[in-house]
Design a protein around this ligand. Structure first.
Ligand SMILES: Nc1nc2c(ncn2[C@@H]2O[C@H](COP(=O)(O)OP(=O)(O)OP(=O)(O)O)[C@@H](O)[C@H]2O)c(=O)[nH]1
Ligand SMILES: [Mg+2]
Length: 290
């Protein structure tokens, strides 16, 4: 996995991105941090706490339709134990999003009470969305906007050109999501993000990546993994990743001239099927290991 290790995320732009997010933060009351429920550790930005400072935060564990439901439930407990409000969501179907506004109101309870005391009854709640690439920031904004029949408003007088979505009465979302960088100096983080497709496949060796993924999957050994990759009669638990990739290629009839296994095609297939949750609902990072 040496390729992944050396990826520089936003080379040279980290300070600029940080500054941009910090200036947007001045316009909002709270932050919605979107993470991937299958990799709740690797999909978090290591510097977020420092960037958002004391701004109240709600964590959205997105893509929970593809994550192991038990693991997600345990992650929610983990966040709760650490006094962080977190909710499981699926921005593809919109499941769980009805809990978003109540969660924001929960983290802002004190402030909302203070506004009321000052007679600021029409004060809107404003939230900005942040997250590492590919976690579903745009899907979230589109979903929640549609769900609440949002109007796109451009109010340059108030917000200096920023676009706001009114997602509910008195509730606005800043429409430019903050794209954060992941913790890329960590080899495991890079690998997990690559499994999820958050690293361009052109810059990783897909055969190597799929081989590593197959090793992970053979430990989890979901029924879908065994069935779809036709491994029922294969001693896959005792195989190295690349060896397993070759077997999968043969079992799925992926051969090149001369009868050799087409491991390149098999690698793309394995990655695609995993990313589409066709090999089961799998969470790679468990709260127990934190
Ligand atoms: N199954 C499933 N797929 C999702 C969910 N949310 C987002 N996706 C998919 O994940 C991919 C990335 O979603 P985006 O909304 O573009 O993510 P993003 O964070 O805006 O990505 P960048 O703008 O590239 O940083 C898309 O293929 C979405 O369809 C979800 O809850 N479930
Ligand atoms: Mg986006």
């Amino acid at each position: 996995m040496s390729e992944i290790q050396n990826i520089q995320w936003f080379p040279g732009h980290m300070t600029k991105t940080k500054r941009k997010i910090q200036s947007s933060l001045k316009l909002v009351d709270a932050v919605a941090e979107i993470i991937d429920a299958r990799i709740p550790v690797s999909s978090r930005n290591p510097d977020l706490a420092e960037i958002v400072g004391s701004k109240p935060r709600v964590v959205l564990l997105n893509k929970c339709d593809m994550a192991d439901p038990n693991a997600t439930a345990r992650w929610i407990e983990y966040f709760k134990a650490n006094k962080i409000v977190a909710i499981p969501v699926d921005c593809k179907s919109g499941k769980g999003l009805n809990k978003f506004i109540p969660a924001v109101k929960e983290v802002l309870a004190e402030r909302i009470a203070a506004w009321k005391n000052k007679g600021m009854v029409n004060r809107s709640i404003r939230v900005m969305v942040v997250g590492v690439p590919n976690v579903g920031k745009s899907s979230f904004i589109n979903r929640i906007a549609k769900q609440n029949r949002a109007k796109v408003e451009d109010r340059p007088g108030v917000t200096r050109g920023n676009q706001w979505f009114t997602v509910a009465k008195g509730f606005e979302l800043l429409d430019t999501p903050g794209v954060l960088w992941p913790k890329f100096d960590d080899k495991v983080v890079g690998e997990h993000l690559a499994f999820m497709g958050s690293v361009k496949d052109e810059i990783v060796d897909t055969e190597q990546l799929a081989s590593r993924l197959l090793e992970f999957l053979s430990v989890k050994s979901t029924p879908q993994f065994v069935e779809r990759l036709k491994l029922a009669e294969v001693d896959y638990k005792n195989m190295q990743g690349y060896e397993l990739l070759e077997v999968v290629a043969r079992k799925r009839g992926m051969l090149i001239s001369g009868g050799e296994a087409d491991t390149e095609r098999a690698a793309s297939m394995v990655l695609d099927e995993f990313r589409g949750a066709k090999l089961g609902r799998i969470t790679l990072e468990l709260s127990e290991n934190m």
